[in-house]
Design a protein around this ligand. Structure first.
Ligand SMILES: Nc1ncnc2c1ncn2[C@@H]1O[C@H](COP(=O)(O)OP(=O)(O)O)[C@@H](O)[C@H]1O
Ligand SMILES: [Mg+2]
Length: 264
C-alpha cells in the first residue's frame, strides 16, 4: 500500500466507526482557577447530548476547548477518531465541527438570506474566490435549504436587525449548519426565548438529519430533556453525573443541586 493510500485508509477507518467525540483527562486552567478538571466524555456519531450545569460550571469553556478556541491545559480531544488536540479551529471545522455562541455574532445590516449564503460560502472551497456570487448557484440552494430547516422562509429577505430575538437565534442555528457538519455544539440556543419560541427551537433541533450529532448546553431542563437522548451534568468544572434524561430528571443529587436553586 502506498503511503497516501494507507493515510486515506486510516482516515476512512478513523471516521467510519469512531466516536464523534472523545475527551480524555481534559483540564483547563485560567491562572489558579480550574475551569475544567479531568473531563472524560464520549459521544457517539449521531448522538444528541445535553450538558447541564449552573453558571460557571465550565460548559462554555468545554466548547472552547473542543473547537480549539482555547487550548486545554492537559488532556486529549479526538474528533471522529482523530487526535485534534493541537489543531487550530479551522482544521476542526474542515472535519465537520461547528458551534454557535452564547452571544450573537450576526451581521445586523444583512438579510437572513445573505447571512446564510455567506456562511455557506465561508465553509466552501470558493471562500477566497473574487467572482461575484451568482444567485442561482449550488451554494444559494443550500442556503435556501437551511433557511427552511430553521423555519425562516417567510423572513428570508428581512434584515437581521429587524428579526425578533427568537428568529435571530434560529438564524444562528442555520449558520452553524452551513457546509453539512457532522457534529455541532449549541451554546444555550434557547436562552432568552419565550415558551412559543422555545417550542419552535425544539422542533428545529429535533428535525435535524439523524446522522448529525450535537451537544446542547441548556439551562432549561425541559428543552434539554426533549432534544437530547443523553445528559451530562457539570459542576465546578467536573462531570458529576451522566445518564438518560429520565434518570437525570429523577436523580436525587441532581434535584438537590440543580433544581434546588443551585443554578442561575
Ligand atoms: N477567558 C476567561 N478568562 C478567565 N476565566 C474564565 C474565562 N472563561 C471562563 N472563565 C472562568 O471559568 C469558569 C467556567 O466558565 P464558563 O465555562 O463560561 O462556565 P459556564 O458556561 O458553565 O457558565 C468560570 O469561573 C469563569 O469565570
Ligand atoms: Mg456559558
Amino acid at each position: 500500500m502506498t503511503a497516501r493510500a494507507s493515510t486515506v485508509a486510516s482516515r476512512i477507518s478513523a471516521t467510519g466507526t469512531a466516536n464523534a467525540l472523545e475527551l480524555r483527562g481534559l483540564t483547563r486552567m485560567f491562572g489558579a482557577l480550574a475551569a475544567l478538571t479531568d473531563i472524560n466524555l464520549t459521544v457517539r456519531p449521531g448522538e444528541r447530548r445535553a450538558v447541564l450545569g449552573s453558571n460557571g460550571a465550565g460548559k462554555t469553556t468545554l466548547f472552547n476547548c473542543i473547537t480549539g478556541d482555547f487550548p486545554p491545559t492537559a488532556g486529549t480531544i479526538r474528533l471522529f477518531g482523530e487526535d485534534v488536540t493541537h489543531f487550530p479551529p479551522h482544521e476542526r471545522i474542515r472535519r465537520g465541527l461547528r458551534r454557535t455562541y452564547q452571544i450573537s455574532l450576526l451581521f445586523a445590516g444583512l438579510s437572513v438570506r445573505d447571512n446564510v449564503y455567506l456562511a455557506c460560502r465561508g465553509v466552501s472551497r470558493y471562500r477566497f474566490s473574487l467572482l461575484r456570487p451568482r444567485r442561482d448557484d449550488a451554494l444559494m440552494a443550500s442556503a435556501e435549504g437551511l433557511i427552511e430547516a430553521v423555519h425562516l422562509s417567510d423572513a428570508r429577505e428581512t434584515l437581521v436587525g429587524d428579526l425578533s430575538y427568537g428568529q435571530q437565534r434560529q438564524l444562528e442555528v442555520a449558520l452553524a449548519l452551513a457546509g453539512a457538519p457532522r457534529f455541532v455544539l449549541f451554546d444555550e440556543p434557547a436562552a432568552g426565548l419565550s415558551p412559543t419560541e422555545r417550542r419552535e427551537l425544539v422542533e428545529i433541533l429535533t428535525n435535524l438529519p439523524s446522522h448529525m450529532g450535537f451537544i446542547i448546553i441548556e439551562h432549561d431542563m425541559d428543552v434539554a430533556l426533549r432534544v437530547a437522548e443523553s445528559v451530562t451534568m457539570m459542576h465546578n468544572g467536573r462531570i458529576f453525573k451522566e445518564g438518560k434524561p429520565a434518570e437525570i430528571e429523577s436523580d436525587a443529587e441532581v434535584q438537590a443541586l440543580y433544581l434546588g436553586g443551585g443554578h442561575g
